[in-house]
Design a protein around this ligand. Structure first.
Ligand SMILES: [Zn+2]
Length: 702
C-alpha cells in the first residue's frame, strides 16, 4: 500500500514519449496535457514533483521514413524533436526537462541498464527466425513487416497488434508476414539475437501488479499477460539506427526501441537534476531502489500513457527497472484515444486538426486543455470537434465560470474597491474545504477529469449563492449582509483560481492578477484557497469569450475542404499509377528470373486442378494495400479467394471477368481472411490471367 500524496519522497510524472516521425495533432496532445495537469495538481497539494519527457528517436518507422525522404534518420528525427519541443509550450505543457532518446545521457543510461542485466545473468543469446525480404535481401525488423496477429487474427505490425488485441509481438511471431518494403511475402531466416529473460521476474511482477496504482485499465489488463509463462523479450534488432548493444563483436546489433525509450524517463530526470542541482531535485532519490524486492523504496514514479502501451509499462518496464536495481513505478495512468467529430483521426486522408491548426485558430490553449481533460473520463475515448469546443467553452467556461467570476469581482470592485471588509461565511468556507478535499481525492485516485470539474462545480455553487442572496438588493438597506455575501464570492473566486490552475494555468494566473495577488498560482498550494485575497484590486476583465457560430462553421469548412483535397489526390494517384515506379520499369529492362533447371513430370502437373472461374464480387480488405477478397464462381461451387491484385486492377471492374483458379490448393488465411484457392496472375503487378474464348466456369485448364 502506498501512502497518500503528498509524501516526503520526490515524485516524477512522465508522459509516453512522442515518436519523432510526424506532426502532432490535437489527439496526440491528450497525454501531454493530462500529464501536465496531473503534475501541476501534485505540486498544488504540496508534492515535490518533476515533470519529464523526451522524443522517441529510434525504431523502424523513423528509419523507413528517413530513407524515403532521403535523409539520415538522426536529421529526420531531430527535426520532429525540435518541432515537438516548441509545440508543447503553445499548449501550456511545461516539462521540467524534455530530452530525446538519442542524446548522450540516454545512450549511456541505456547501455548501463543493459550491462546491469548482463551482470545479473538476465541476458542470453538465441538463434531465432527473423522476417527477411528476399528481393532486397534485408532483414525486416518490427514495422518492416505486416501480417496476422497469432493471438487475435487481426492485421498486425511486426512488433505490435495495434489494431487488434494490443499485444506486443516478438520477432517471428507474426503469421503470413509481408514485407512493407516490397509488398512481397517475407521469408524467415535464422539470426542470433539477445534476450532479456523475463521469466526471471515473473514472481516479482506478480507482486508488483498487486502493489501498483493508477487507472483501472492499466491495473487489470496486465494480469492476463503474466498469468502464463512469461515470454522472454528480444532486446536486439538487425539495424544500424539505434543504440548499440554494449558488447564486443556485437556491432551489427542495436537495442530494440522499447529498451531505450522508457529509459529516457530516467535520463530526462537526470538531466533535470544536472540543471537544477541535487538539492533542488535528486533523480537518484526517485529512481534508485533503496529497499528490497518486495518492499521497494524510492520516489513516486507516475507514468501517463495512451492505453495502447499498457503492457510495455506494466510488464516489460518494471522488469527492466528491477533487473537494473531501479525503483518501480508507483502508478500507471492510461488514457483513452481521441476521436475527431465522432470518427478516428486519419492522417493519410488529412482528416485531423493539427497542433498548428489549433494554434492558428487563435483560440486560447487553455480552452483546448479544458475540452480534452473534462470531455470524458480519462480512461474513456474523448471526442474533439470545433462544435464540441464551442459548446463546452460557451456553456461552461463563459456561462458558468466566467460569468460567476466577472459578476463577483465587478460588484466587489465597484462597491468596495476590492475585497469587502467582512468574514467569510461558514457555509462558503465549508464548501471550499469540500472542494479542496475533492481535488486531493482526484489526485490520489488518478482522476484527471476531476481536476477540471471541481472548480467549475464551485463556480456553479457561486452562481447559485449569488442568486439566492441577491446582494444588489441589499447594499442600501443591509450593507453588512451585502458585504459578507460579496466577501464570500471573492473568496470563491480565489479558490477557483487555485483549483483550476492545473487545467487552465494561464487563465488561472490572469484571474490571480485580477484579484491583486502577486506571482503565479503555481507558487501556492491548495490551502491558499482559504486565505484572504488582497483588500484592493482593479476592475476585472472577462476571462473567456464566446465562440461564435460562423467561426466554427469556417473551421469545419476548412477541415472538410482539406479532407476532400486529400481524397481527390489519392484517387488521382491511383488512376494515373505511381509515376516514379512506372518510369523505372520503362527505363530498366525487366530482370527475369532464369527458367528453373529442374523439370517436373506430367503427373506432377496433373495433380493441379486448374479451373476457369468467373469473378462474382471483389472488395478491398481493410488495412491491406494490395489484397482483395473475391467471390469466384468455379462452376461446381463459389469460392472465397484472397488475392493481391489491387495494384493493377480496379475492383469495381472485376465482376464478370473470367480467370484461372487453382481449385485444389489447401486453404490459407491472409490478413485474417480465409482464402479457398488461388488465382493465376502474372508478375509483381499481378496481371490476371483470363480466357481468350468463352470457356464457361468450371472448365478444366490443362
Ligand atoms: Zn492481436
Amino acid at each position: 500500500m502506498h501512502e497518500e500524496f503528498p509524501t516526503d519522497s520526490p515524485a516524477v510524472v512522465t508522459c509516453g514519449l512522442p515518436y519523432a516521425n510526424g506532426d502532432l495533432h490535437v489527439g496526440h496532445l491528450r497525454t501531454y496535457v493530462s500529464g501536465d495537469a496531473y503534475s501541476r495538481a501534485l505540486d498544488r497539494i504540496g508534492q515535490s514533483v518533476a515533470f519529464v519527457c523526451g522524443s522517441d528517436m529510434h525504431g523502424t518507422p523513423i528509419a523507413v521514413n528517413a530513407a524515403e525522404a532521403g535523409v539520415d534518420p538522426e536529421t529526420f528525427a531531430l527535426e520532429y524533436h525540435e518541432q515537438y519541443e516548441s509545440t508543447f509550450p503553445k499548449f501550456n505543457v511545461e516539462f521540467d526537462n524534455y530530452g530525446h532518446t538519442h542524446d548522450e545521457t540516454n545512450t549511456e543510461m541505456t547501455q548501463s541498464f543493459v550491462r546491469s542485466w548482463i551482470d545479473g545473468d538476465h541476458v542470453f543469446e538465441k538463434e531465432i527466425e527473423v522476417a527477411w525480404d528476399a528481393e532486397t535481401d534485408q532483414p525486416l525488423p518490427d514495422r518492416f513487416v505486416e501480417g496476422t496477429c497469432p493471438y487475435c487474427g487481426e492485421l498486425a505490425r511486426g512488433d505490435e497488434c495495434d489494431e487488434g488485441c494490443q499485444r506486443h509481438l516478438e520477432p517471428g511471431e507474426i503469421e503470413d508476414p509481408v514485407s512493407t518494403i516490397t509488398g512481397n511475402p517475407a521469408e524467415y531466416r535464422t539470426r542470433p539475437h539477445k534476450f532479456l529473460r523475463l521469466s526471471d521476474f515473473q514472481e516479482y511482477l506478480q507482486g508488483f501488479i498487486d502493489r501498483f496504482e493508477g487507472t483501472d485499465n492499466a491495473r487489470n489488463q496486465p494480469r492476463e499477460w503474466i498469468e502464463g509463462e512469461l515470454q522472454d523479450l528480444c532486446i536486439t534488432r538487425d539495424m544500424d539506427w539505434g543504440i548499440d548493444f554494449p558488447g564486443e563483436g556485437e556491432e551489427d546489433l542495436v537495442l530494440y526501441v522499447w529498451v531505450d525509450a522508457p529509459i529516457e524517463y530516467v535520463s530526462s530526470t537526470k538531466q533535470y537534476t544536472e540543471r537544477v542541482g541535487a538539492d533542488e531535485f535528486d533523480w537518484e532519490a526517485v529512481w534508485k531502489n533503496h529497499g528490497t524486492d518486495t518492499e521497494p523504496d524510492g520516489g513516486e514514479i507516475v507514468h501517463v500513457i495512451g492505453h495502447d502501451i499498457i503492457q510495455h509499462h506494466t510488464v516489460f518496464w518494471p522488469a527492466m527497472l528491477r533487473g537494473a536495481e531501479f525503483n518501480e513505478p508507483r502508478a500507471v495512468m492510461a488514457c483513452g484515444f481521441v476521436n475527431l467529430a465522432g470518427k478516428a483521426f486519419s492522417t493519410s486522408r488529412n482528416r485531423a486538426v493539427w497542433a498548428d491548426d489549433y494554434v492558428e485558430s487563435g483560440f486560447h490553449p487553455d480552452l483546448y486543455r479544458y475540452h480534452i481533460v473534462t470531455g470524458s473520463e480519462f480512461t474513456a475515448d474523448v471526442d474533439f470537434s470545433w462544435d464540441g469546443l464551442q459548446e463546452r467553452v460557451n456553456n461552461e467556461l463563459v456561462g458558468t465560470l466566467g460569468n460567476f467570476l466577472y459578476r463577483s469581482l465587478l460588484f466587489a470592485e465597484r462597491n468596495y474597491d476590492g475585497t469587502p471588509d467582512a468574514e467569510v461565511s461558514e457555509e462558503v468556507e465549508t464548501r471550499i474545504e469540500e472542494a479542496i478535499e475533492e481535488f486531493r481525492e482526484s489526485v490520489n485516485d488518478y482522476r484527471v477529469r476531476g481536476l477540471g470539474r471541481v472548480p467549475v462545480e464551485l463556480a456553479k455553487f457561486g452562481n447559485e449563492y449569488i442568486q439566492r442572496h441577491e446582494p444588489w438588493k441589499l447594499t442600501d438597506n443591509e450593507p453588512e449582509t451585502a458585504a459578507q455575501v460579496i466577501r464570500d464570492c471573492v473568496q470563491l473566486s480565489k479558490a477557483i483560481a487555485v483549483l483550476i490552475e492545473p487545467v487552465l494555468p494561464e487563465k488561472a494566473d490572469a484571474l490571480w492578477a485580477q484579484l491583486g495577488e502577486d506571482g503565479r498560482v503555481a507558487d501556492v498550494e491548495v490551502e491558499a484557497a482559504l486565505s484572504s485575497p488582497p483588500a484592493a484590486f482593479d476592475a476585472p476583465e472577462e476571462l473567456f469569450e464566446k465562440i461564435e457560430d460562423d467561426r466554427v462553421e469556417e473551421l469545419n469548412e476548412q477541415l472538410e475542404a482539406r479532407v476532400e483535397a486529400a481524397t481527390a489526390d489519392e484517387a488521382e494517384a491511383v488512376a494515373e499509377g505511381d509515376d516514379s515506379d512506372a518510369g523505372d520499369e520503362v527505363a530498366d529492362a525487366p530482370d527475369f528470373e532464369p527458367i528453373a533447371d529442374d523439370r517436373v513430370s506430367f503427373e506432377t502437373f496433373s495433380e493441379l486442378d486448374l479451373r476457369v472461374g468467373e469473378i462474382v464480387s471483389a472488395e478491398p480488405i481493410e488495412g491491406a494495400d494490395k489484397l482483395a477478397k473475391l467471390e469466384v464462381d468455379i462452376g461446381l461451387e463459389t469460392r472465397q479467394i484472397v488475392a493481391g491484385i489491387k495494384q493493377l486492377h480496379d475492383l469495381d471492374e472485376l465482376p464478370g471477368t473470367r480467370i484461372v483458379v487453382v481449385a485444389n490448393l489447401e486453404k490459407g488465411e491472409l490478413f485474417g481472411v480465409e482464402s479457398d484457392g488461388m488465382l493465376l496472375a502474372a508478375g509483381d503487378e499481378a496481371d490476371l490471367l483470363t480466357t481468350h474464348g468463352d470457356a464457361v466456369p468450371g472448365t478444366k485448364v490443362r
